[in-house]
Design a protein around this ligand. Structure first.
Ligand SMILES: [Zn+2]
Length: 94
């Protein structure tokens, strides 16, 4: 009954180029949708950033692309972070 592995997954896609897969083999790692890490410092912000809905298990090449675009997501207000996490809890229990 673990809820730890609820991440969205974006696996390596054999129909799109992936330099890792082409050179050797691809691996997936965790992308945090709330970035950069340095913007999420206090307890609430860290919990929000590490929230399961804010993490994606993702092909490393796709992950590279996301950060290469350097489009920093807007940081939610503390109220929005609390609402986001509360909403997720509700749906989990239903
Ligand atoms: Zn890949």
């Amino acid at each position: 009954m673990s809820s730890k592995r609820h991440f969205e997954e974006i696996p390596c896609n054999s129909e799109t180029p992936c330099k890792y897969r082409e050179e050797d083999e691809c691996f997936e790692d965790i992308h945090h949708e709330a970035f950069p890490k340095s913007a999420y410092r206090d307890g609430l912000e860290k919990r929000f950033r590490e929230h399961v809905l804010n993490k994606v298990l993702i092909c490393r090449a796709v992950h590279d692309d996301i950060h290469a675009q350097n489009l920093i997501p807007q940081k939610p207000s503390p109220e929005q972070m609390i609402q986001f996490m509360a909403r997720k809890k509700d749906t989990d229990e239903n």
